[in-house]
Design a protein around this ligand. Structure first.
Ligand code: NAP
Length: 472
């Protein structure tokens, strides 16, 4: 029940502990050590002391370690999924999908570890560059701090730990307070497969204490953060010259043009809106449907949403469960009430049933309502009518966020126009913004952050380019 910190390859007691409760049942599931300044300091020292070894480690060895992590997770995949379901309240089938992706992410990292390379630079393109040859290499940065959110406690950790180790860095991982068990699970596996002591350290506890210590320590060379914009901006402001990658929130939208194939589009949009109760950074929050298709779309959407079942996340039949914390449910309900006061109509959901907030569909939502212009991060979607795709694009872009957007259209010119005009990090043509596979470049613009993940791209963020120039 009492867990330990993982520092320098050893399991270490905390000075203080905090109770961890399951979001859905409210039961006590573990006692979690709360790392203090000293523990963080030890973790950074351990990471620093293994740096030289990691730097010298040949690519095939780094690759083999990452492949072994992937295989261990695959062997223990059901255990991993149940852990996620328990600590994050994620329905078990969705948790299994996360584990499958986590395995892929480490496999991609194992593959990319072998392909970290530079290019030759034709120096004689500049007068005075004659008689010289130059090439670039990529070197590890050193110690990387990884700070992760609760909503994908394994795969978003994999998106940081995988590329960091692939590039030869050591990692101090600070998982979200609600989901430390997935991080301890990874540490156990790292130990089993022989990741060198100190190459991965897990420090759990409050974000403000550990975060502050990591962000300000000069031995940390990069901070890779996924979480809310408020925290991300705070980190950036205090990080000084450290490399910073920020994967932040969004109020992602999808546009539905005329003649949609409702049988394909609607189930996909329902999945995008309500998977893990909308607690996904690229969850479908806003749907803009062209006037001619609107009524049929809404009707089909409600029918499809009605098929979803709420309940215990550990049961096979469950599609949605309680949100991560009762205060998040309260906040979401308050935003729904505000939208209603501003003229929105609630077509389904909109009231809690016990601990669960069921899928909520709103229409006629004005853009200034928080469920439209801010990140809901809950089981709420709005479906608004538009007269043209151009109008829909203006509405999508009228947001402080820009992570991904989607458009369903049968017209290639409209698709290309949307691809050019949408102000986001990724445009999905004929799919929802929620589409992601783990090797594609992924990240946002505006308040959705900067820097890219997707293993190869994260390796670029977590390594330093060096130029070597020879004069003949
Ligand atoms: P959060 O509250 O921002 O927390 C994220 C992490 O930051 C947690 O580990 C948290 O620790 C830590 N933290 C809190 N305060 C800190 C501080 N002052 N300094 C350093 N670290 C600190 O986010 P969340 O509620 O876990 O996750 C939801 C958010 O993540 C949403 O906005 C979502 O869109 C975003 N997200 C983005 C992506 C993406 O790829 N773009 C993916 C998933 C989620 P504690 O848990 O101890 O507070």
């Amino acid at each position: 029940m009492k867990r330990k910190l993982f520092i320098g390859g050893k399991w270490v007691d905390g000075r203080e502990y905090s109770a961890l409760y399951a979001p859905h049942s409210g039961e006590l599931i573990a006692e979690i050590p709360q790392a203090d300044q000293d523990a963080v300091d030890q973790a950074i020292s351990a990471a620093e002391s293994v740096q030289a070894e990691l730097r010298r480690m040949p690519a095939h060895k780094r690759s083999a370690l990452l492949a072994a992590i992937a295989e261990q997770i695959a062997e223990r995949s059901e255990e991993a999924a149940r852990l996620i379901a328990l600590e994050a309240g994620k329905p078990i089938r969705t948790a299994r999908a996360e584990v499958a992706r986590t395995i892929q992410t480490y496999r991609f990292a194992a593959e990319e570890a072998k392909r970290i390379c530079g290019e030759t630079v034709p120096l004689d393109a500049a007068p005075g560059g004659e008689g010289r040859v130059a090439y670039t290499t990529r070197e590890p940065l050193g110690v990387v701090a990884a700070i992760t959110p609760f909503n994908f406690p394994m795969n978003l950790v994999a998106h940081k730990v995988g590329p960091a180790l692939a590039a030869g860095n050591a990692v101090v991982l600070k998982p979200a307070s609600q989901t430390p068990l997935s991080a301890f699970f990874l540490a156990e596996i790292a130990q089993t497969v022989g990741v060198p002591d100190g190459a991965l350290n897990v420090v759990t506890g409050s974000g403000s204490v550990i975060g502050e210590a990591l962000v300000t320590d000069p031995r940390i060379k990069a901070i890779t953060f996924t979480g809310s914009p408020q925290v991300g901006i705070e980190i950036r402001n205090r990080a000084g010259l450290k490399r910073v990658t920020l994967e932040l929130g969004s109020n992602s939208a999808v546009i539905v043009d005329r003649d949609p194939n409702l049988e394909e589009v609607v189930p996909r949009c329902v999945f995008g809106a309500f998977s893990y109760s909308g607690q996904v950074c690229i969850s479908v929050q806003r749907i803009y449907v062209i006037r001619e298709a609107y009524n049929a779309f809404v009707e089909a959407f409600l029918r499809e949403t009605g098929k979803l079942r709420g309940g215990d996340p550990l049961l096979e039949e469950t599609d949605y469960a309680a949100m991560i914390h009762p205060k998040e449910t309260e906040r979401t309900l308050e935003w729904i009430r505000e939208a209603e006061q501003k003229g929105a109509r609630i077509l389904c959901g909109g009231a809690a049933e016990g601990r669960i907030l069921p899928p909520t569909v709103l229409t006629d939502v004005p853009p200034e309502a928080r469920v439209s212009c801010q990140e809901v991060f809950g089981p709420v979607v709005l479906i608004n009518k538009v007269d043209s795709v151009e109008e829909a694009i203006r509405l999508v872009n009228n947001s402080s966020y820009g992570l991904q957007a989607g458009i369903y259209t049968n017209d290639v010119r409209t698709a290309l126009m949307a691809a050019e005009e949408l102000q986001v990090g990724g445009v999905m043509i004929n799919d929802i913004p929620t589409f992601r596979v783990d090797h594609m470049p992924y990240g946002g613009v505006k308040q959705s952050g900067f820097g890219r993940e997707g293993v190869k791209y994260a390796i670029e963020e977590l390594s330093e380019l060096k130029l070597v120039a020879f004069k003949r």
